[in-house]
Design a protein around this ligand. Structure first.
Ligand SMILES: Cc1cc2nc3c(=O)[nH]c(=O)nc-3n(C[C@H](O)[C@H](O)[C@H](O)COP(=O)(O)OP(=O)(O)OC[C@H]3O[C@@H](n4cnc5c(N)ncnc54)[C@H](O)[C@@H]3O)c2cc1C
Length: 391
């Protein structure tokens, strides 16, 4: 990643984008100029995905500089993340089924084939290389890549999604899983995304000249499931005593200082950079990135929290957190509620483990998430119509 990993770098990158690039974002954003040349998009996603900067503040800064109609496309893009999170939250079984489907397949053999860069489709191999080396792909490249993976190479969508999740610095359970489902044609029934040679040539400014025959004109057969929708119940935290509590900070939502529900200064916090599952699956670059952003968050929080413990990478996480809570005499572990994904799965297991020790996990929802997630029951455009009125 070109910029630094701390919040100051994220805020600088945001200001830089707003001052220089935002006014032309809508007309320029669709072009993929290739590695080290993505100057037409914000590249903010690794920061926003981990809430080093929040969706809310990104939109507020942009709107403070330009009238909303002039930058509506950018606001829409930021809202896509919120929409996907809400959509998955309403249908968590989609995430559970995705994880199951990965387990059933022989991933290693397939990935070895993909990373040998011998698919016979130049642009596809080039994006594989860019993904593995830079841990970023332009939005269009992600769409084209997923389309070739699913509809041309006839590979299972979930294995492509898994390759992305493990290798993107912004890898996100909701945006990633649901975007892959959308390309496959199972997110919106009957609508799949088929990449076209002319489209790739045009929007890569002739960096690639793929052949029409590289692309399937017929969508791959995929299994559509009509998932039943829950409503999201935001269980408000019961009254609890902050003196007997410690804060668990995860890489899902790092800017805890912006939550109006946490009473700073605090006595104790624990920083979890990576769960055991993430450690086992994410590429070295992604794991290192999560450790680096967590370490810089520790520094940022040190003037607001007296005693901060950071996860040790080679020890079991449940044991570490339990012994941290016992040593500090913590009865409540308070954490910002995570959306569907590996970290939330871990916290649910942790919660059961801690019950035996009479330690509670208390989840605090952000106002922003409570305002928007339940609006994601239908299409994005339905969501956006309602969401934009609430900014
Ligand atoms: C198959 C596929 C997989 C994807 N996987 C991920 C993923 O794992 N994590 C992830 O963060 N995004 C994912 N995206 C969405 C999108 O490609 C990236 O968010 C975007 O390319 C990030 O680059 P940027 O910050 O320069 O975006 P910009 O164009 O500058 O957009 C500004 C911000 O809006 C948000 N955003 C933009 N487009 C989307 C979108 N389609 N969905 C959600 N948020 C969006 C991001 O926070 C981004 O930083 C995926 C898209 C596809 C098609």
């Amino acid at each position: 990643m070109e910029n630094g990993v701390d919040r100051k770098s994220a805020l600088n990158a945001l200001e830089n984008f707003i001052n220089i690039k935002l006014q032309n974002y809508e007309s320029k954003r669709n072009y993929d100029y290739g590695p080290a040349a993505h100057e037409n998009v914000s590249l903010l996603s690794p920061y926003i995905r981990h809430r080093i900067i929040t969706e809310e503040e990104v939109m507020a800064r942009a709107i403070s500089k330009f009238p909303l109609p002039k930058i509506e496309k950018f606001i829409q893009e930021v809202f896509w993340r919120t929409y996907w999170k809400g959509w998955l939250e309403l249908r968590p079984k989609v995430w559970a089924d995705y994880k199951e489907s990965i387990k059933k397949n022989d991933i290693n053999q397939l990935y070895e084939r993909i990373i040998s860069l011998n698919s016979g489709i130049d642009c596809f191999d080039s994006w594989t290389q860019e993904l593995l080396e830079t841990n970023y792909l332009h939005n269009h490249a992600r769409m084209w890549y997923a389309s070739i993976w699913i509809h041309t190479l006839k590979l299972p969508w979930s294995l492509g999604a898994n390759l992305f999740l493990n290798n993107l610095l912004d890898g996100d359970p909701a945006s990633n899983t649901l975007s892959w489902r959308w390309v496959a044609g199972i997110q919106t029934k009957g609508k799949s995304y088929l990449a076209k040679d002319w489209n790739i040539q045009k929007f890569t400014k002739n960096r690639f000249e793929p052949k029409e025959s590289d692309f399937s004109a017929i969508p791959a057969k995929v299994n559509y499931i009509d998932y039943k929708m829950n409503s999201i119940k935001f269980h408000e935290a019961n009254e609890f005593d902050w003196d007997q509590s410690g804060l668990l900070v995860t890489s899902e939502d790092m800017h805890v200082l912006s939550s109006n529900r946490i009473d700073f200064p605090l006595q104790n916090a624990y920083i979890l950079a990576l769960t055991d599952t993430e450690k086992a699956n994410y590429s070295k670059n992604v794991s290192n990135f999560k450790q680096a952003i967590s370490l810089s968050n520790k520094e940022l929080l040190s003037s607001h929290i007296q005693d901060i413990e950071m996860q040790s990478m080679d020890l079991d996480q449940i044991e570490q957190i339990t012994s941290w809570a016992q040593q500090k005499n913590i009865k409540n572990i308070v954490t910002l509620a995570c959306p569907c994904g590996h970290v939330r799965d871990f916290i649910n297991i942790l919660k059961n483990g801690l019950k035996k020790e009479s330690i509670n996990i208390i989840k605090i929802y952000r106002d922003y998430d409570m305002k928007y997630w339940n609006l994601a029951s239908g299409s994005f455009f339905n969501f956006f119509k309602k969401a934009i009125k609430k900014i």
